[in-house]
Ligand binder design. Sequence first.
Ligand code: GP9
Ligand code: MN
Length: 411
Amino acid sequence: SEIKQIEEYTDKHMKSDQPSPLEGVAKDKNIIYISAESIQSFVINKKINGKEITPFLNDLIENSYYFNNFYHQTEQGKTSDSEWVVETSLYPLSRGAVFFTHSENETNAVPEIVSNHGYTSAVFHANNKSFWNRSVMYDTLGYDEFFSESAYEVTPDNSIGWGLSDKDFFKQSIKHLKSLEEPYYTKFITLTNHFPFEMPEEQQTIDKYDSSSSTLNNYFTTVKYMDESIEQFFQNLKDAGEYEDSIIVIYGDHYGISENHNKAMSQFLGKEITPYEHVQLQRVPLIVHIPGHEDNRTISKVSGQMDLKPTILNMMGIDSEQGVSFGTDLFTNDVDPFVVLRDGSFITENYLYTRDTCYDRDSGEEVESTHCEPFKAKAQTELDYSDSVIYGDLLRFYNAEYKESSETETK
Ligand code: GP9
Ligand code: MN
């Protein structure tokens, strides 16, 4: 059947045959994901008028695994696409948001998988529960709890921009977090660093940038605020006794600064934003923080949001082999790095392809298209296979068969 063929393909091309050195490191530990709104990697270790934009994250990176070539893989579904990719290891769609168009699909998502291993799963996000159709989709993905806007006290005083400020959001989340039976698998979705990046002057702790784009100028003030709010959250977790037994994974959901601001971006970065640079700007931070862990480092391999599902499941000591996954465990090295973006651009170890042009990944120089040619078909195959799974709701066959065979096994 088609789903078997797709699974064979992803097993052959994406699945690592090595054990991850971090296999089981998160066994029975709590997992805390922070989906960091609109943060892009270019702000890391950068300054505005001599002041670090992300001082807390810059320090955290030194005590964590940091992936500095990690790409978001979202499309029109923005935050919801990132959630889809991270929880399912499938691509988003090229148009629309899976969260709206396929919310009744059978999935094989992480929340459901970990529930079968004794975990309680929950999402924390202080926005209306129907936004992005989350209340429906979270059931589909197998989440046990969703703490949405109604679980929080939201007032004009504690709101910034889109709603409850991140600092208040994290602070108020702790009591809900403590109410969960351990171990838990959770995701905190921040909101303050959202376009148009409004920050009340009295809460601004870094200068605005000075360029022709007020969007980019403001951006740094809300990124700085998010950095502070994550720092405060770490303290909240420590104070509540929730830190030690948890593994904290922070990732950027998608870009914050669109190509409409290329002129200002080019001023900030001191270089022209070529199509190559545009793709490089789709990198978002990924930080895996394991309290008390020693062997931390920056990992520069090419990676994407798709890789989180197998990575986290292996860390949890849960067999991630069952099912279709377009990602690879980030801590293994036997599969050639290959990240496909939804628009068909792709990044390999040596090359970056976008808009019909092949670039050297290191230098950004244009190279002979023959270098990228072998990967073009592969990228298209992946996108097509993923689309087939979604449009055909193919996991319903897979899951039915899997359930049947695991029932036979237990008999
Ligand atoms: C809304 C938040 C932001 O709940 O997730 O959505 P976005 O516009 O980034 O997709
Ligand atoms: Mn978002």
